[in-house]
Design a protein around this ligand. Structure first.
Ligand code: ADP
Ligand code: MG
Length: 215
């Protein structure tokens, strides 16, 4: 029933990694999930095609840039599944905006680089616009620190820097090779390395999202 949109104007910040692994966490909790791959790069479809993991059961691709189709697919998925996760492209604001309009929760991942933070301003503005357009729905906007390396000062400062931008900050996802290895195997982290640091982090992120949805 709930729609979670993962968005951000910058490529490579971990949108698809977060969308796919969150879907994995929800599926592990016996929720039914549809994962809409609305990025013409189709990272999620490619990831799912690497193996026979849970992603292969829930990824649906959206025709490139087809905003009307995205809306129709999301509405249909919402009827069929407990949770719909939408992964969006970095460079197509129309598609990202439509996915944000549909969302109950908008997740904006951000890496520790100052360039990531600069791009986040734009993504946040788009999310705030979508939230204002859907006032009756009270869309929740949350930041997700992504690809953090806690040995660095930029990463240590990231949660506080994000909080200063005015939206709540969810549990962070560290930079870990296991996340890339899981993709290589066509698996989500809960399937590939249960109990690993990355899995524990995604478990915490999923818990936080479930808590938001329960409110
Ligand atoms: N937390 C992480 N740790 C290690 N590698 C990551 C992490 N997040 C993303 N990556 C890798 O970085 C690249 C870009 O991530 P991706 O999720 O595709 O970003 P986006 O969807 O924002 O473009 C991919 O190769 C992915 O495997
Ligand atoms: Mg992506």
């Amino acid at each position: 029933m709930a729609i979670i949109t993962v968005a951000g104007r910058k490529g490579g910040i971990g949108k698809s990694t977060i969308a796919g692994n969150l879907a994995g966490e929800f599926l592990a909790r016996k929720r039914s999930v549809v994962l809409l791959d609305a990025d013409p790069q189709h990272s999620l479809a490619a990831w799912a095609a690497q193996g026979q993991g849970v992603l292969s059961t829930c990824v649906q691709t959206v025709p490139d840039g087809d905003v009307a189709k995205l809306k129709a697919q999301a509405k249909a998925a919402q009827k069929a599944a407990d949770i719909v996760v939408i992964d969006t492209p970095p460079g197509m604001p129309e598609t990202a905006y439509q996915a944000m309009l549909l969302a109950d929760v908008i997740l904006l991942p951000c890496g520790p680089s100052p360039l990531d933070l600069m791009a986040l301003q734009q993504s946040l503005a788009l999310a705030e616009k979508a939230r204002a357009a859907r006032r009756e729905k009270k869309t929740r906007i949350r930041f997700v620190p992504s690809k953090v390396a806690m040995s660095t000062n930029l990463s240590k400062a990231l949660p506080a820097t994000l909080a200063d931008m005015g939206r709540k900050v969810l549990p962070a996802i560290s930079l870990r090779v296991a996340l890339a290895e899981a993709v290589e195997s066509g698996l989500t982290i809960v399937e590939f390395a249960p109990g690993s640091t990355s899995h524990v982090e995604f478990d915490a992120l999923a818990k936080a999202v479930v808590r938001i949805l329960a409110r």
